[in-house]
Design a protein around this ligand. Sequence first.
Ligand code: 5U1
Length: 677
Amino acid sequence: MTASDIQAQALQLRERLREWNYRYYVLDDPSVPDAEYDQALRELQELEQANPGLVTPDSPTQRVGATPLQAFDQVEHEVPMLSLDNAFNADELQDFERRLLDRLGADPGTVSYSCEPKLDGIAVSLLYRDGMLTRGATRGDGRTGEDITRNVRTIPSIPLRLRGDGYPAVLEVRGEIYMPRAGFERLNQQARETDSKLFVNPRNAAAGSLRQLDSRITAQRNLEMCCYGVGLVEDGELPMQHSAILDLLHQWGLRINPESRVVEGIQACEDYYQYLAARRDELPYDIDGIVYKVDRIDLQRELGFVARAPRWAIARKFPAQEQTTQLLDVEFQVGRTGAITPVARLQPVFVGGVTVSNATLHNSDEIERLGVQVGDTVIVRRAGDVIPQIVSVVTERRPADARPVVFPTRCPVCGSATERAADEAVIRCMGGLVCAAQQKAAIKHFVSRRAMDVDGLGDKLVEQLVDTGLVTNVASLYHLQRSDLLQLPRMGEKSADNLLAALEESKAATLPRFIFALGIREVGEATALSLARHFGSWEKLATASEEQLLEVDDVGPVVADHLRQFFDSAESLSVVHALREAGVHWSDLEVADAQVLPLEGQTWVVTGKLEHMGRSEAKAFLQQLGAKVAGSVSARTHCVLAGPGAGSKLTHARELGIDVIDEDGFLELLSSHGLAT
Ligand code: 5U1
């Protein structure tokens, strides 16, 4: 290859990678599999290594971070970075508009507002000169920030060079760098595994990641940037509507929030607040409010500023996702697999939009890490649909009578010995099915809707059946008599008959449902389906060797080990035998050809709130059936699964004439493919 061929190839690879990056991080619409991206990046790296003169600062290879700094330089913001006033309720929002209309001499309903989610992250400024990213800085005190250029360069949603043309020669873009919840959970999971300090919330994690003197660490953290405005602009014109500026930033390759919209009048702002408040938990990142900005820039200029906040913008805050409260006690619950989980009983507190009186403390390591004592003032966090957590202890407020949390040495339910496996953080009751707590949990799981689906057999009734000794394991459910049930308090004849009929009906199972219902450790629905498809029959599954189990998608050494333990246990096999004797049955499956999954080659989008499953569960099912799941709708989307509250994605799908399916239709589809519904 000649030098110019090599240069052309490098150019082509860079363009391709930039385009793919833009599709992935800015449009949320991946266009190639990760492996293809990685392959092209590797090719470019090799090419640049062999020809160092070819490396350009905006090359996609230049995002991996650089050698550590001693300290950050200071940066003066030529245009100060302002803060925002807050409104904590609808009245305060109305006051904001009243003040603004008075100043403008305008009538209610005549001013348009750009409404944008307020991300809970770190405000930053990006400076582009002739389209090239030349500086990234924190907000600092609004006038002086820190130079974090090396760190922002590692964030994939920040373009190193703007796309297209028409941008001002000097363009300072402002926005928020944040860590999506999934990245935060992953980071803390890694920290747990390495016994490192946990981050309290995604905002702290983003701040900590961004303030690393070693940008190679920043590069490993899952940070994103969402832009919401501009600062310094020289040698170029921008439109006179804020919303049009955001659209342009998007065209130039910057990420803006897809939830943003323009509405007329303050009532519509309030409606948007209510709409997003209902969807807050579904968003993949934390938001702490909505920012409203007068859309017309001429009106913004007319309104000006007061102190360090603009008169033309306000943040309407959501209920806080963290609150302090008191730890009243710690109780210990025993789960299906014997895991003993400490549960914090709290002085009830309103947090993240609900009243929380319990929080998980995970395990004894977590208690030790937090250093929490009964009586302490603690900070509780509830964000998204995550279970409330205690994230830290306010040790300064520890009362004199605080007492340490003592982990029980015997099972609090059955008194059996407890054990901690060498490689686990969990302490387990060794009582197995002798332990009433484990019996109850196993039965609740077995009869649940996604397992054997025994209608009318709720948690309370399971507890009564076990407490009265009528049921000791899942097989004994099928030996219940009408007269047994009628002994139970508040059990009428009709309910007893209905329950017996539901038990009878549940005997007609499917192999995947049955495998799932057994509650084998680490075997969820998706794994149960893979096992059923792979082996086709119970007999083949139960006699499979560890090596054969490892051939199944989804099954790694840990799952294979749990499966073999189950099949090697005479007790487990005798329960399965008793279930079959009682009439539980299913049809064997055609052994699946791994190449022909029913939704192979299709791309789906999941949006809105689903009632019967989480969206991640729906995604797992879709992937199980061979579909790819994308974050946004495009012409290449085959189908959108839409629940209530679906917004712009659903509208876009309808505009493009893409098939839309509701949750009922989806459940039918799952059941037609042998997935539990
Ligand atoms: N979405 C958004 N967040 N946020 C924060 N817009 C926005 N605007 C801000 C701030 C501090 O300030 C400008 C209104 C000056």
